[in-house]
Ligand binder design. Sequence first.
Ligand SMILES: Cc1ncc(COP(=O)(O)O)c(C=O)c1O
Length: 357
Amino acid sequence: MKKHNFSAGPSILVPEVLEKASQAVLDFEGKGLSLIEISHRSPEFVAIINEARVLVLELLDLKDKGYSVLFLQGGASMEFVRVAFNLLSPEGKAGYINTGTWANNAQKEASFLGNVIELATSKDKNYAYIPKDINVPDDLDYLHLTSNNTIYGTQFKAFPPTEIPLVCDMSSDIFSRVLDFSQFDLIYAGAQKNIGAAGTSLVVVKDAVLGKTNRSLPNIMNYQKHIERESMYHTPAVFSVYTCYLTLKWLKDLGGISAIERRNNAKAHLLYSEIDRNSLFRGTAATEDRSLMNAVFELNNQDLEMEFDQFWQAENISGLKGHRTVGGYRASIYNAMPMESVQHLVRIMQHFETKFG
Ligand SMILES: Cc1ncc(COP(=O)(O)O)c(C=O)c1O
């Protein structure tokens, strides 16, 4: 029986995406060849990556607004560096908002290339909230933030208004909620949470912000080079891109981001209501900043940890442990997570309370 997969990433994919991707690995579109044994330059694969690009722009409502879409490699972590290479001039400064491990890593990696200023942080409370009313100087090359904190379970509900280029790591909440995506000049996300299989990362960049740093760049770090070569400067992660294509198509057929947002809100509401109601658990993130993707919680009595772990594992649940650096529990409820799995988890928490409360 398939498990209820609450893993934070790589994470759950839509069943029909898994089925179609498996089929394509065996025989891609009836060609007698596997998807992963044909050239990335074959007309069949080029059609897939082109269609995936169009779907990204359609879903984000960025069509004909001057944005390019790339499928690159090196994970979101590579974009921590590539962003700085492309947007931070040697004598300039970039502003970072440090809301957790990944935001902190993005900031640290950029600092190898130039001046980086931490404009705000929630480190004082173990990243349990999102800093508000951040003063953003207007002489920065860009402002970087992480929309959703996968590890601590917090999420920006609104973004600082600013005239400077806004860069956002959306690895764990892209395509999950309606936003004005045109407020961002560069969005990036590792595929392995809300888009597809691990291996590629999505970059959506406004062409007008590139080429301004007066820095000479190695080709592989240069977004303009990747745009020119349509994500084929080097061999793309074909399988991963294909799963992204299938997921994006699924999302479009479902009704797009507004449709999935309604589902996501309902799932998060159900789960957080139980966390708040159940006498054995407590949520760790500030209520108003709670993530709709990663619900982080812990036991009031840590001595029950072994019992609870045995309890949910016996009930066909997987991936509920918190990140190894924070402990506790984390239910990742990305786009592909069905309501039924959240209902199952809630029932398990209720049974556990009946037994141990
Ligand atoms: C918000 C966020 N940014 C960046 C990363 C790092 O992604 P990758 O492993 O693709 O480099 C993660 C991974 O979990 C993440 O959650």
